[in-house]
Design a protein around this ligand. Structure first.
Ligand code: ATP
Ligand code: MG
Length: 395
């Protein structure tokens, strides 16, 4: 059975009225992007209330399904068989072949035929198609029964202009909203497990993603840097192209290390990361920051620590992993194909200077006092970090 066409279903919630075409256009654009390298020159087009991806030649089914499963906004992917209209008898034989190939010769499932006609000059009404095809299938498959309420197989038969389309397979899509229907946010992307998951989760709500990575050469290696680029690429498979900013953080980190109490290093460092990421966000039309923080995961992610970290931010900070356990984050990381890369053992700038006993309940008053110790150097170092940002497109 060759599938050349895929009917795309999308959730209707929140896209009524005026917003609907924006949603659909964004979905079409994302689908085209996702399918651009697939075999068969897949075309994506809209019809009222539905979107199709189709090839006129031949496509690789698994490749197309895998690509569409990464497009947010899709609730289901239905592979469609296109049959020439060569009379009802031939349709009956083709539909019997379809069931045999998809569900096996001894198919014993319940079913319902659901016919629709876009072409009203077809010689049978929709109801007649339902009944007559139903009978043909009952004859061909002794184990099959009709169930009009909760059928195992809902066999859709659509009489269209050029073809009669048959589909019954429903492959779940990723859900969410098409990227581009919401604003853009700046992801603080480290080489860990959590931040790529956080980027994926916010992209799922329709947001574009820019990313910022803080590295500390020579303490962090080129391999660590390449790992983050690879993770940005994995996020971009879902979010579309990502602008990745690489910030050289070595001098700021060294200054903090030399001048501030060691148990406060991580918090102070995190405050500088947030400040710089926010500056880059504002310069690049991002409407918020994204981090992979989760309450209580490490000392810098207690509620007290996050209060102190957050204090430097004027724009919203989205923390989609905040209520997830590590295993739940790992599960998503595996699902999106990031885990294998995330666990590669390269050092992160956070891990280089960690104190033995970092504060878990910092107060703003203490941290500000410690930060004041940087006052003679920090402005220059900050400016230098911003001025030397390396920017690249990752896709
Ligand atoms: P992750 O698994 O995402 O690295 P983590 O559990 O290691 O997270 P932290 O190191 O405390 O946690 O970092 C918390 C968040 O801060 C990260 O999820 C990420 O958003 C951001 N972050 C940490 N280190 C960096 C870095 N070197 N560059 C960019 N962002 C970072
Ligand atoms: Mg980390």
């Amino acid at each position: 059975m060759e599938f050349k066409s895929f009917l795309i279903k999308y959730a209707e919630i929140g896209i009524k009225g005026k917003n609907r075409f924006l949603f659909e256009d964004a979905l079409v654009k994302q689908m085209r992007h996702a399918l651009r390298n697939c075999e068969g020159d897949m075309k994506v087009y809209k019809q009222p209330g539905r979107i199709y991806a189709e090839t006129e030649t031949h496509c690789d089914y698994d490749e197309v399904v895998a690509a569409l499963k990464r497009v947010f906004g899709i609730s289901a992917i239905c592979p469609v068989v296109q049959l020439e209209d060569e009379g009802f008898e031939k349709l009956g034989r083709d539909v019997t072949d379809y069931i045999r190939e998809v569900y096996g010769a001894d198919c014993d499932k319940t079913f319902k035929v659901n016919a629709r006609r876009a072409r009203k000059d077809y010689p049978k009404t929709s109801q007649e198609i339902n009944e007559d095809l139903g009978e043909i299938l009952l004859d061909a498959f002794p184990g099959m029964r009709v169930d009009v309420h909760k059928p195992d197989i809902l066999l859709n038969v659509e009489v269209r202009e050029r073809f009669i389309c048959v589909y019954s397979i429903v492959i779940p899509g990723p859900g969410g909203m098409p990227v581009g229907t919401n604003g853009k946010a700046m992801l603080l992307l480290s080489g860990g497990i959590d931040s790529p998951v956080a980027g994926y989760m916010i992209a799922k709500r329709g947001c574009k993603i820019d990313a910022t990575y803080f590295h500390a050469p020579p303490y962090t290696s080129d391999l660590a840097r390449q790992k983050v680029i690879d993770l940005a690429r994995i996020v971009s498979r879902y979010s579309g192209p990502v602008v990745l900013n690489i910030v050289n953080f070595t001098d700021i980190q060294m200054a903090i290390y030399e001048k501030c109490p060691h148990e406060e290093l991580t918090i102070i460092m995190r405050r500088y990361m947030m400040r710089i990421a926010q500056d880059l966000a504002l310069k690049n039309d991002c409407l918020g920051l994204i981090t992979g923080e989760s309450i209580g995961q490490v000392a810098s992610q207690t509620m007290q620590s996050m209060l102190v970290t957050n204090e430097v931010c004027d724009i919203p900070v989205y923390r989609p992993c905040v209520g997830l356990d590590k295993q739940e984050i790992v599960d998503i990381s595996e699902k999106i194909g990031a885990y294998e890369t995330s666990i590669l053992p390269y050092e992160d700038c956070c891990t280089i200077y960690v104190a033995k006993h970092p504060v878990t309940k910092p107060t703003l008053k203490h941290i500000k006092k410690s930060e004041a110790l940087l006052s003679d150097v920090i402005d220059d170092l900050y400016k230098q970090a911003i001025d030397t940002v390396e920017t690249m497109w990752v896709k």
